[in-house]
Design a protein around this ligand. Structure first.
Ligand code: CMP
Length: 141
């Protein structure tokens, strides 16, 4: 088992619903540890840059608008197989398809307002972590 790091974002819908703690509890109860965290209100430029892989898709502009509609909590999660573990804890992108007990099944309203983002590969996790955090902002044991 490999100890990995992954990027997680608690999105504006979850911050507005005051469920940051409940979402973090899901990560912690499943063996992931928060090793960095900051609350940010993303600029349009930041959100467009973060999601540039989706440029051209029909949901790109609504996604950017949604991600700047309020503050987010950005975290680095660490643990065994953290990238896939986080994806499993979040559940499917569309909450209607998410397994019971996952974050999106329990808390998400729609595919747009789906509570959390998580890196989808180890390479993307490295890039996404570097997008938001300097190395010295991440707790190392
Ligand atoms: P996220 O993991 O943040 O990555 C891209 C986001 O785009 C995704 O979660 C969804 O919130 C949003 N999105 C909206 N519509 C779609 C769609 N049809 N397919 C994938 N992602 C979508």
């Amino acid at each position: 088992m490999a100890i990995e790091r992954t990027l997680s974002i608690i999105k504006p819908d979850a911050v507005a619903k005051n469920i940051i703690g409940e979402v973090l509890t899901k990560f912690e109860k499943n063996g992931l540890r928060v090793v960095a965290a900051k609350m940010l209100h993303l600029s349009r430029k930041q959100a467009e840059g973060f999601y540039e892989v989706h440029i051209g898709k029909s949901f790109y502009q609504p996604l950017v608008d949604f991600m700047i509609s309020g503050p987010v909590l950005v975290q680095v999660l660490e643990g065994e197989n953290a990238v896939i573990m986080n994806r499993n804890i979040m559940g499917a992108t569309d909450p209607k398809k998410a397994d019971p007990g996952t974050i999106r099944a329990d808390f998400a309203d729609s595919i747009e307002a789906n509570v959390v983002h998580g890196s989808d590969s180890i390479d993307n996790a490295k890039q996404e972590i570097a997008f938001f955090f300097k190395p010295e902002e991440i707790y190392s044991r």
